[in-house]
Design a protein around this ligand. Structure first.
Ligand code: HEM
Length: 134
């Protein structure tokens, strides 16, 4: 069965924002070695440019995520679904917190650690989202 126009819009915005938040982190991580070789401050400039897209995408994920929940008939969801939703909200928040700490970190090891945590939590959010969609 086809989704209604409103459901299609809601999920399209949610998934589009996920491609930016999750896919963008991987793309940037893949480009960093080349950017570092291109000159002092180039990688940091690219990271700052990405932040102008990634944080609005993260905000959109939370707004459309709440919209996803509001569109659900909670009486028809199982307890396992609700547990997954709780875990998802936790990993979404951890992904955002780790990305924020990563953006403020000074040492290379801290930048790598927090960036890695944010990426892993972002992939976990995406994976749980796919299961929630059923
Ligand atoms: C990093 C943040 C997030 C990512 C990467 C993400 C990713 C996804 C993805 C890929 C889907 C599957 C869409 C589909 O297959 O049609 C999904 C579904 C869903 N997400 Fe998220 N999401 C995020 C944040 C949130 C938040 C904050 C909430 C709740 C407050 C949420 C609630 C849901 C729900 C309920 C579904 C199922 C929607 C449905 O079937 O209609 N998501 N998410």
């Amino acid at each position: 069965m086809l989704a209604s126009a409103l459901d299609g819009l809601r999920l399209t915005i949610h998934v589009l924002a996920a491609t930016i938040w999750v896919g963008g982190q991987f793309t940037l991580a893949g480009l960093v070695p080349t950017l570092r070789k291109s000159g002092e401050g180039v990688a940091a400039a690219a990271a700052n440019a990405f932040a102008k897209f990634s944080w609005p995408a993260y905000a959109l994920l939370i707004i459309t995520g709440l919209w996803n929940v509001a569109a659900m008939n909670m009486n028809k969801t199982t307890s396992a679904w609700k547990v997954f939703l709780g875990i998802k909200i936790t990993v979404v928040l951890l992904s955002g917190i780790a990305a924020f700490v990563h953006s403020r970190a000074k040492s290379k090891s801290q930048i790598a650690t927090w960036g890695g945590i944010s990426g892993v939590m972002a992939v976990a959010s995406l994976t749980i989202g796919v299961f929630l969609a059923g």
